[in-house]
Design a protein around this ligand. Structure first.
Ligand code: NDP
Length: 237
């Protein structure tokens, strides 16, 4: 556990999966946590009540909504951008609108959220974005557009780390490998293939990813910035 008492944390995309685990971790460690969701109202309401967080309905595909929700939280200590979607398939037949919506959620939203957060963020603040090991490695067909979105975050983190470094604000990307969520269930049809790429042949848990987020947001990580933090059971090794 890390003591986040009196720290103000916003998680974009916190109703389910990795985001929900991050909400639970920060709230359990004493932070004042708000999180957004788009579709899963029941899950969001239940989580908020369970851990004492605030749930805000806000679609990450809507740039102005992203900016407004971040601005509305005021001076944050920690921003975590977790909301993401996965569109896989043959690039020759994939729906172009679905690909563009994924780019809006996975790339545009993190950029605008990070910039907006930095306007009011306290010195020493932390910006953490959930990327993917697929930003480094795309070992199967059909993942080009998703990999594009996750590798774009790498350049963003390197650049924004320099833009905000004078204020002690750090910008980091967490790159999970297969993690047991609705997006990628451990008992899903692709699991055996994915485990074949891994040194430790199992899905991660959301709690394991949340532990890395807590480290990056905590007092020991003040000099860690502009970096990609892969947590993937050796998927990319
Ligand atoms: P899930 O699909 O299980 O959960 C996604 C979360 O993001 C939900 O809380 C969802 O909220 C929210 N979300 C999705 N779209 C929007 C939107 N338009 N606006 C606001 N919130 C949104 O995904 P995971 O937990 O598996 O993934 C979380 C992140 O981790 C993603 O960025 C993903 O790319 C990344 N990742 C996941 C891996 C895995 O194996 N699971 C591996 C590597 C990276 P709601 O349901 O309310 O819409």
């Amino acid at each position: 556990m890390t003591d986040f008492t009196a720290k103000k944390v916003l998680v974009l995309g916190g109703s389910r999966g990795i985001g929900a685990a991050i909400v639970r971790r920060f709230a359990g460690d004493g932070a004042d946590v708000a999180f957004t969701y788009a579709g899963s109202q029941d899950a969001a309401t239940a989580l908020a009540a369970d851990v004492g967080a605030r749930a805000i309905r806000s679609d990450a595909a809507d740039r102005q909504a992203v900016i407004d929700v971040v601005a509305g939280e005021g001076a944050l200590d920690v921003l975590v951008v977790n909301a993401g979607t996965l569109v896989l398939g043959d690039p020759l037949t994939l729906d172009a609108d679905a690909v563009d919506r994924m780019i809006d959620i996975n790339v545009r939203a993190p950029y605008h959220a990070a910039v907006e957060a930095a306007r009011q963020m306290n010195d020493g603040g932390r910006i953490i974005v959930i990327g993917s090991v697929n930003g480094d490695r795309m070992p199967f067909e059909g993942g080009a557009a998703y990999a594009l979105t996750k590798s774009a975050l790498q350049g963003m983190a390197r650049g924004l780390a320099r833009d905000f470094g004078a204020r002690g604000i750090t910008v980091n990307i967490i790159q999970p490998g297969p993690t047991n969520t609705d997006m990628n269930p451990a008992d899903g049809p692709m699991s055996a293939t994915m485990h074949g790429f891994m040194a430790i042949k199992r899905h991660a848990t959301g709690e394991e990813i949340a532990g890395l987020a807590a480290y990056l947001a905590g007092p020991e990580a003040g000099i860690v910035t502009g970096a990609m933090h892969t947590i993937d059971g050796g998927f990319g090794a």
